[in-house]
Design a protein around this ligand. Structure first.
Ligand code: HEC
Length: 158
């Protein structure tokens, strides 16, 4: 009698503990920049744990204060926007050249895929090379959600 009571009590405790842990986990699905290590030019897992929003990604891509991708890349899908740079390759059809996990790696840490010499910023690194302004120290250029949104948008460029 007594023994089974103890076992039942312990089991209930374990269930409670498990529930607490899984709840804590659901609040922190975001992969931090320190944890986003690229392996073989890829990063499989969504930084937010979910899919990005391509419409929002399009805005982040074009926003001169956020992605500012047009400063260096042409993109026919945004032909209405003024000035497309030519420092980087055109991103027309980029979805056909890279898998999602490769696009994510380029966004997180451009150097890990494009090479150390690339001038493309790393958008999810605390140290990102060209952005040395004080206000960006210790911050990523884009947050996890914005990175996933841009990836979702890039996937529409077929
Ligand atoms: C300062 C210039 C610069 C900015 C800003 C920039 N890139 Fe790049 N990007 C490059 C260059 C240059 C390359 C080509 C690799 C190289 O030569 O270093 C490149 C390559 C790429 C590639 C691979 C393309 C291919 O066809 O091989 C993707 C994808 C990409 N960039 C996405 C983006 C996105 C998305 C943004 C905005 C969030 C962005 N880039 C912002 C310079 C830039």
């Amino acid at each position: 009698m007594k023994k089974s009571f103890v076992i039942a009590f312990a089991a209930a405790g374990a269930v409670l503990l498990g529930a607490t842990y899984s709840q804590a986990g659901s609040h922190s699905n975001t992969v931090s920049p320190e944890m986003a290590m690229i392996k073989d030019g890829t990063f499989e897992k969504s930084l937010t744990g979910g899919a990005g929003d391509a419409e929002k990604g399009k805005k982040t891509f074009a926003n001169r204060k956020l992605g500012n991708c047009l400063a260096c890349h042409a993109n026919k899908d945004l032909a209405s926007q003024p000035f497309h740079g030519e420092v980087g390759p055109s991103l027309d059809g980029v979805a056909g050249r890279y898998e999602e996990k490769q696009l994510r790696a380029i966004m997180i840490n451009s150097k890990s895929v494009l090479g150390e010499a690339t001038i493309m910023p790393s958008f999810y690194r605390l140290e990102n090379g060209i952005r040395t302004m004080k206000k960006f120290k210790g911050k990523t250029i884009l947050n996890a959600e914005q990175v996933e949104d841009v990836i979702a948008y890039l996937k529409t460029l077929k």
